[in-house]
Design a protein around this ligand. Structure first.
Ligand code: UDP
Length: 247
């Protein structure tokens, strides 16, 4: 008998728009368990105070994120990623998003420099994991576990899982990027609840990570947009090239 295999997932269509964020739209599908993330070219920085657009960013970030989620899944990290559907669309499991942004830092940059006076580029012997409340109206304030639990956004047990998961992801990604001659300076992760499990959500891209060239320390991420350094599109596509080409 000839087995005919229909890839139903590939035909998954967007229905109602659930949400529009700064860099992505999220759509419901006919399957209550699945959503489609559409990656946009819009770029914002400094909590929406700076707005613009980066040509083809959505396509690049979808490609990079899809590759990185696949890498993490193959190393035992559960994520919301199901399949890259097209240039800008990613099929994902529907998460109950935990309103905590988990930032992991290997090298001092950004708000760590501003807040604590580190010199930019200081290598942190032990990676620093920070928690921020995901709340634009409050400018995503830095918080600790007790704040998060008091606010009712997560339990202590969930926060312990988030921290362990973030550290494991950091180990995998640091090695992956070092092989591609990029330093993983810092990055932000978001997680969500799905059938009694916690899955990694959102995206992993030059919008949410800092990457510096291993040899020149050139910035190859959203800092080029934040600080008008020029060459934003080139930096994003060079990260894409290094992530996708070296397999
Ligand atoms: N980050 C992010 N979204 C945010 C805040 C931070 O993706 O809302 C990422 C940022 O790109 C960087 C890391 O998290 O890779 C640490 O950011 P930082 O706290 O230094 O803040 P920023 O300099 O972005 O204000």
């Amino acid at each position: 008998m000839i087995a005919i295999h229909f890839n139903f997932i590939a035909y998954m269509k967007k229905t109602t728009q659930l949400y529009e964020g700064k860099a992505k739209k999220v759509f419901l599908t006919d399957d209550a368990d699945l959503v489609i993330q559409e990656f946009k070219d819009d770029a914002t920085a400094f909590n929406n105070k700076k707005k613009g657009s980066i040509a083809e960013k959505g396509v690049v970030n979808n490609a990079i994120s899809s590759k990185l989620f696949t890498l993490l899944e193959s190393n035992g990290i559960r994520t919301h990623f199901v399949e890259k559907l097209s240039d800008r669309d990613m099929l994902c499991r529907f998460l109950d998003i935990i309103k905590v942004e988990v930032v992991v830092r290997n090298i001092a940059a950004g708000s760590l420099v501003k807040r604590y006076g580190f010199s930019e580029g200081t290598v942190l012997e032990n990676p620093i994991v920070e928690l921020y409340l995901k709340n634009d109206d409050l400018d995503d304030p830095l918080m600790n576990e007790a704040h998060a639990v008091a606010l009712g956004v997560a339990t202590f047990e969930e926060l312990a899982v988030l921290k362990n998961r973030a550290e494991a992801i950091n180990m995998l990604l640091k090695t992956f990027f070092a092989e591609r001659k990029l330093k993983l300076v810092d990055f932000k992760l978001e997680f969500g609840r799905h059938n009694q499990e916690i899955l990694l959500g959102d995206e992993i891209s030059p919008d949410t990570c800092r990457f510096w060239d291993l040899e020149t320390n050139e910035k190859m991420d959203k800092d080029r947009f934040r600080f008008d350094l020029g060459g934003v599109e080139d930096a994003y596509s060079e990260v894409q090239r290094r992530v996708l080409e070296l397999d």
